[in-house]
Design a protein around this ligand. Structure first.
Ligand code: ATP
Ligand code: MG
Length: 394
């Protein structure tokens, strides 16, 4: 008996003439992950990707690949299934061999069949009846319950073969990675920005990161933490670039020349300027932040208008309407939460004002900003950039 993984398309089934492009990106990502794990063949047909082990090691590692494929954006669902020839005899024989182990410990089941090959001689109901009877023969201790079964056994009669499985898991959803273009994520060491990156990857953006540090006010450990977060995000995208820029001199100049209440706003305007520059230099037409409306003083409506004014490209804020609780739930789900809560300082917490402005006026902010040479400081910070490239590790 042969077991394969079936991955079923999500939203891309709604695409029209450009569906091929989305499919190509989806298949590329499936193949990348399959190659990481072992020797598998990958083909697609009828809105489903079929992944089949090609040697004994691949059979042994199918669990690992299954978990990996659960993280591929673009699939609504996935399952492991046994393959049968398209005859009643083969389907019932395979079901008898494959299903009992899955049903062990349960009391009731029912069968449901779907035939995308309408030439198959039995109707769906007849086929379900045959397979149900075969399973009952192999496991006389269980019973059929069509209303509220412990497990639904599904039989899918498809193009070349029939597939039998014991339920489907939810896929990662979203759109294939890279299908929407590229964005530059402002990655801090906090909870929010890795989640923001994940959300945009899920909608098909390839994400690069820019991180601002303020050594020696921020530590080596703080930088390592951010790189660790980026490494954790590779679980969803395979590879990620992190551009690191020093804001040390900018922060010292703001501290020495500007009114304290404006420090954070002014700093965030420098971040927006430098992030958009990093974005445009790396073919990213947008920047992405983890801001959420009203979360902190710099994320009031007025504050965000003042900081966005310094950006040279659109700013995506995927968390803008989310509560912290929802953000934390996603952070735990994607596996970045434990790293995010490690206690290291971010440059935002260096020289923090005691009374940050929450309702700033742009004119007043610009007056404060004019007390330093904005452009010269941007050039100087830009020259400090360096880039780290991280790859997914299994
Ligand atoms: P997070 O939990 O992501 O750190 P936060 O709630 O602490 O967010 P802020 O510190 O105000 O909020 O930052 C808002 C957003 O600005 C972050 O989500 C991130 O996108 C960006 N940001 C903040 N600090 C940095 C930094 N040091 N480097 C790069 N981006 C940053
Ligand atoms: Mg932060």
């Amino acid at each position: 008996m042969k077991e394969v993984i079936l991955c079923k398309y999500g939203e891309i089934i709604l695409k029209g003439t450009n569906r091929g492009q989305f499919e190509a990106q989806l298949i590329r990502e499936v193949k990348r992950r399959a190659n990481l794990v072992g020797n598998y063949s990958v083909r697609y047909n009828q809105s489903t990707v079929y992944v089949e082990p090609a040697d004994d090691d691949a059979i042994a590692n199918i669990d690992v690949l299954y978990e990996q494929l659960g993280k591929v954006f673009g699939f609504a669902g996935l399952c492991r299934a046994a393959v049968a020839e398209k005859t009643v005899e083969s389907i019932t024989a395979v079901a008898k061999e494959y299903i009992p182990e899955k049903l062990r410990g349960l009391k009731t089941f029912k069968c449901e069949s779907k035939r995308s090959d309408k030439h198959f001689p039995l109707s769906s109901i007849e086929l379900s009846g045959e397979v149900g009877a075969a399973i009952l023969e192999a496991m006389p201790e269980i019973t059929v319950d069509v209303h509220n079964p412990d497990m639904v056994v599904r039989i899918e009669v498809r193009d070349e073969y029939a597939y039998i499985h014991a339920g489907q898991d939810k896929g990662a959803g979203g759109m294939p990675l890279g299908s929407a273009g590229k964005g530059m994520l402002l990655l801090s060491g906090g909870i929010d920005s890795p989640v923001a990156g994940y959300m945009m990857m899920k909608r098909g953006l390839t994400v690069e990161c820019v991180h601002f540090e303020s050594f020696p006010y921020t530590s080596e450990a703080a930088r390592d933490k951010v790189l660790q977060l980026a490494q954790e995000l590779t679980e969803y995208c395979g590879k990620i670039k992190v551009h690191i820029i020093s804001l040390t001199h900018i922060q010292e100049m703001l501290r020495d020349n500007c009114e304290e209440d404006y420090f954070t706003l002014l700093l965030r305007r420098f971040m927006m300027k430098l992030a958009s520059r990093t974005a445009l230099a790396n073919e990213c037409p947008v920047i992405i932040t983890g801001e959420s409306l009203g979360q902190v003083a710099s994320q009031t409506l007025k504050a965000m208008c003042v900081t966005e004014n310094a950006a040279d490209c659109p700013v995506f804020r995927p968390l803008i309407g989310m509560d912290k609780e929802e953000i934390i739930r996603i952070s735990r789900m994607i596996g970045t939460f434990d790293t995010s809560i490690l206690p290291f300082d971010d440059c935002c917490t260096v020289f923090t004002p005691r009374h940050p402005r929450t309702q700033p006026e742009l004119e007043k902010v610009l007056v404060e900003e004019a007390k330093v040479d904005f452009n010269a400081l941007v050039e100087e910070a830009w020259a400090t950039r360096n880039t780290v490239v991280l790859h997914q590790e299994l």
